[in-house]
Design a protein around this ligand. Sequence first.
Ligand code: PHE
Length: 347
Amino acid sequence: MKQQLENIRLEALAALEAADSPAALEELRVKYLGKKGELTAVLKMMGKLSAEERPVMGALANTVRAEIETKLDEAKASIGAKVLEAKLAAEAIDVTIPGESVAMGHQHPMNQVLQEIKDMFVGMGYQVVDGPEVELASYNFSRLNIEEGHPSRDRSDTFYFNDEDSILLRTQTSPMQIRYMENHQPPLCMLAPGRVFRKDEADATHSPMFHQIEGLAVAENITMGDLKGALVTIMKKIYGEDSVMRFRPHHFPFTEPSCEMDMQCHKCHGTGEVDGNVCSTCHGEGWIELLGAGMVHPEVLRNCGIDPDKYSGFAFGMGLERMAMGRLKINDLRLIFDNDVRFLNQF
Ligand code: PHE
């Protein structure tokens, strides 16, 4: 029996030494120490021993068990460490591998131009404000001196929401003049960019939704000279110092006198022709229309509780898409709205 125990001891210790996984260790534990294990089997035979031999063998068996248990714990610890090491090695991050680049978006070209324009006006002391796209006819028309029956109020041009034609999608940003003057006393300078809506078919130069930038300055002694000064300064900053501008008389119900501002065509330099052909940029006009403007009509000031005998002002409204097209040399309005990344990525 002594020999048996000695064999178990040697065999078990060698096997534990060689084991290389937690599963293998568990198998060995069961094999040697388990209820049906080899050591247990030997102990079961103790009863057949003589009274003198029994305690000696018992002590020996306990020593063997203790040795195997100690070895088992050691092996467990060292295999655990090895498993952890292997896991860490497998999961290691190589910080020297070049990263995958993330595709970054950027501002829409039209918003880039809007930002430029806003920055310039803010630099001149204008406050930038926002207003509703669903507007009352009184703000969009009546209080701007646009009477009932005026062609721009026609249902074929304007999106109305109700039968009385009193609620609509604003057709211009000019109602912001009224909204601002209702709440601010002169001297005041405001800029109101935003969407406007008209019943237009979409083509290269028209869209049922587009953007305008409204401007308004009211104070004592404001003149048409201030209007020209502000607008020429801005346009030269946008289109270059050498660009040529002109003002043409025009009519708007809410300004008096009214004008439109044109820029000499940068492609044909005002001749309307390129290599004997009609200039495609200005359609032979030689000039490109930039905006409508004028001195705020006294009636409009009065509609907002401002005394026209004391104060005067100018207002203008420019098309943002048109400004962006000119600034970035884009020839079709629809490109601005299509949002094709191959187009957008060029800016
Ligand atoms: N609201 C006018 C338009 O849409 C432009 C404009 C604004 C004209 C302010 C004069 C003053 O055509």
